[in-house]
Ligand binder design. Structure first.
Ligand SMILES: CSCCC(=O)C(=O)COP(=O)(O)O
Ligand SMILES: [Mg+2]
Length: 235
């Protein structure tokens, strides 16, 4: 049991396995990318796609080949840049809506959401991920146990909050949660040590979540930070 009223959750490596992102979402995106870009370079480009393409540097937007190679390489390198994340969200929408994509959250996450978001506890749940806000909403709207979005009070990404290793992003989020909120009342849960350090620098409580398939933690990480393997002890 925890004392914090506000819970801010990372996604990849925290509420779902890194393998869902690397082995399911990214391959889906890469498979759909040629068709998506062909439609953009066709004689009747879809207007809703235009802003996502316009966000990439003009020098790589000159041809299908250069844009395809640029976006493919960024995806393979797992770059957390806003324009890539926005386009990924745009492409994943179809997969979620057709049922081809469904988010497998860890079992304890469903248990925790059931308590945290049902009025059975006085906690508020927020999300902060490098995935775009649209992609975050899609992920929680299409879990293997249905739509969890009703219980989520807000979403932050690298566009509306900033980079996750920057303490200033956490200060910004705290102010958005509430002007009078004491940062100590916010608990951040993430697999990424740099993010945990940034949140702590902003005065938040922050725990590392150690899930199967996450990057290994050093002895120093374990000494410096609280490490949890699931959310059960927080319910
Ligand atoms: C919610 S979008 C899918 C995951 C993703 O693209 C991503 O970058 C997740 O990063 P996180 O900050 O949640 O570790
Ligand atoms: Mg993560």
């Amino acid at each position: 049991m925890i004392s914090q009223k506000y819970l801010v959750l990372d996604i990849e490596g925290t509420v779902c396995a890194i393998s869902f992102v690397k082995d399911v979402l990214f391959p889906y995106f890469l498979k759909a990318l040629p068709d998506t870009l062909s439609r953009h370079f066709s004689s009747a480009p879809p207007p809703d796609l235009q802003p996502y393409i316009d966000a990439f540097p003009p020098t790589v937007r000159t041809s299908y080949d250069s844009l395809y190679t640029y976006i493919r390489d960024l995806t393979i390198a797992d770059k957390k840049i806003s324009e890539l994340k926005a386009l990924q969200g745009y492409v994943w929408r179809k997969g979620y809506e057709t049922g081809e994509l469904q988010s497998p959250l860890f079992e304890d996450v469903y248990r925790a959401f059931d308590i945290w978001t049902s009025g059975k506890s006085k906690r508020s749940v927020f999300i902060y991920s490098s995935g775009s806000v649209d992609a975050q909403i899609l992920l929680f709207a299409h879990t293997e146990r249905g739509d969890l979005t009703k219980g989520i009070k807000g979403y932050w990404d690298t566009v509306n909050a900033g980079m996750k290793a920057d303490p200033a992003s956490y200060v910004k989020i705290a102010n958005r949660i509430g002007e009078k909120v004491n940062p100590k009342e916010i608990l951040f849960l993430s697999d990424n040590v740099k993010e945990i350090e940034a949140a702590k620098e902003a005065g938040w409580e922050a725990y590392i979540v150690e899930r199967p398939g996450n990057a290994p933690l050093s002895e120093e990480d374990r000494k410096t930070h609280k490490v949890i393997q699931n959310f059960d002890s927080l319910i």
